[in-house]
Design a binder for this molecule. Structure first.
Ligand SMILES: *Cc1c(COP(=O)(O)O)cnc(C)c1O
Length: 476
């Protein structure tokens, strides 16, 4: 079936999706996070490439029927695994507009709309995070590509310290680029170092006993290193801890170092006066990144990379060509400031959600998440069969099920067994981690919809399933 030769059913298909959205959103607070049979539903897709297509409406019908069964309601209020945000109403609608308009947000000729909204979005985000208005930035697919983007900028700077333009002549003949960080470094930063030719195994660990960056160790290593790149972590994924950012920055800048801050969700601490000091000093960094699809609650995918000096993005990410006339544009050309040339207009959703809810709305979202985390931590402390493993500095609570009669050496296995049952149970979605040698749950609060009752349900579910497992009765 050639879409050109059959009646255009675009509108009917969109209406079908809008009708589904109506019931989907009506159910999202109560429906199970993951329904039984989701893997089987996913398997129902497949078979050979059809010679003759099924048609627009049939394909969309099939996508909705098996797709709803196969998906995970990660945008809903009871999803606390990893760090996954939902979509605010304005962001969701703007994302639909993004597909409707189908803009290539590489430059101004291709889309004044996408380019202008990205310029505005970057300015507003800098303001929201209280970063200097003179900084520049670019939207990316997420924090992994944002880390990559910031570290490419860092490498460009580092090359200059060796009188080399790495973007032009590469790394040959240069020494290994020293990268220093702590035990809090995220795997995505290591992945970025793998992509950069630095190597993920070449990070100098400057952590103190608690895993955070120790400024004294950092100073010692920087004295040996010469020009170096420091990765400071604002929000570590296991328990939400922070490197001492301000001290790290003061130490690093007393030496010859570029400081990159990974604030994929931790940068949002700066939005509330209650937590701002956790990420205090970030405004002194050289590159800073965060995620859109986590705490900003815009749909996948979206991240941001900010730099103090735009030249460190413009030089390595330049891609001028005769048929791309915009390299000389005075305005930022976002296709020349990050890894992608052709790119989705992610700015529409970012602009719309900031326009809709503003600084106060985001402060409310962040503080509600902080309150949910604090509420859960308090309930854990009150429970006689649960143990709070670490105080929650931000939005992640690290705790485990611990019945009075259980011995220490069976607790890891017990909590891992509860995790398996929780993912099958579907009322809440939460995972475990191993931190300081101990297995515990680490619910992360970033979804704008989550309530105190949702937070309480995490503990209630863990206790209920834990009791069932320890009683050895009827665990399916
Ligand atoms: C989630 C996360 C990342 C990676 O982000 P993606 O959006 O998954 O690419 C990087 N750093 C930290 C601290 C994170 O929490």
């Amino acid at each position: 079936m050639d879409p050109l030769t059959v009646p255009d059913e675009s509108l009917a298909a969109l209406e079908r999706v809008a009708a589904q959205a109506q019931s989907y959103l009506a159910d999202i607070t109560d429906a199970p996070v993951r329904a039984a049979g989701s893997d089987e539903a996913a398997e129902r897709f497949g078979g050979p490439l059809p010679d003759e297509g099924a048609g627009t409406l049939a394909a969309i019908e099939e996508l909705l029927a098996d797709g709803i069964d196969a998906h995970v309601r990660s945008a809903g209020p009871r999803f606390f695994h990893w760090v996954i945000g939902g979509s605010t109403p304005a962001a969701l609608a703007a994302d639909w507009v993004t597909s409707l308009l189908d803009q290539n947000a590489g430059g101004w000729d291709a889309t004044p709309l996408g380019a202008r909204l990205e310029q505005v979005a970057i300015d507003w985000l800098l303001d929201l995070f209280r970063l200097p208005a003179s900084w520049s930035g670019v939207l990316t697919t997420g924090a992994t590509t944002a880390n990559f983007t910031g570290l490419v900028a860092a490498r460009q700077w580092w090359g200059e310290q060796h009188a080399a333009d790495v973007s032009a002549t590469g790394l040959a003949g240069l020494p290994q680029m020293p990268v220093l960080s702590s035990g809090f470094i995220h795997v995505s930063a290591l992945k970025a170092l793998s992509m950069l030719g630095t190597g993920r195994e070449n990070v100098v660990d400057c952590s103190g006993p608690d895993g955070s960056l120790d400024p004294a160790v950092l100073a010692q290593e920087l004295r040996k290193a010469g020009p170096a790149v420091v990765i400071a972590n604002a929000g570590e994924v296991n328990a939400g801890h922070f490197d001492p950012i301000r001290e790290v920055l003061e130490t690093a800048h007393a030496h010859d170092a570029w400081v990159h801050v990974d604030g994929a969700f931790g940068l949002f601490a700066r939005i509330s006066p209650r937590t701002a000091e956790l990420a205090g000093g970030v405004e002194l960094a050289d590159s800073v990144i965060s995620d859109g699809h986590k705490w900003l609650n815009v749909p996948y995918d979206c991240g941001f990379a900010f730099v103090r000096d735009a030249a460190y993005l413009r030089v390595p990410f330049a891609a001028g060509a005769a048929y791309l006339p915009e390299a000389q544009d005075e305005r930022p050309v976002f296709g020349f400031m990050g890894p992608e040339l052709s790119r989705r207009a992610r700015s529409l959703a970012v602009w719309a959600t900031l326009r809709a809810y503003g600084r106060d709305g985001y402060r409310a979202i962040v503080e509600r998440c902080l309150d949910n985390a604090a509420h859960l931590a308090r309930l854990v402390e009150e429970a006689d069969d649960a143990e709070l493993l670490l105080l929650a500095p931000l939005n992640i609570v690290f705790f485990r099920y611990r019945p009075a009669d259980a011995s220490e050496d069976e607790l890891d296995e017990l909590n891992l067994a509860i995790e398996q049952e929780i993912l099958k149970d579907g009322r809440v979605y939460v995972g475990t981690t191993r931190w300081n040698g101990v297995v515990g749950f680490r619910p992360a609060f970033v979804n704008w919809r989550s309530t105190r009752a949702d937070a309480a349900l995490v503990l209630a579910t863990v206790r209920e399933l834990g009791a069932r497992i320890t009683a050895g009765s009827g665990v399916s």
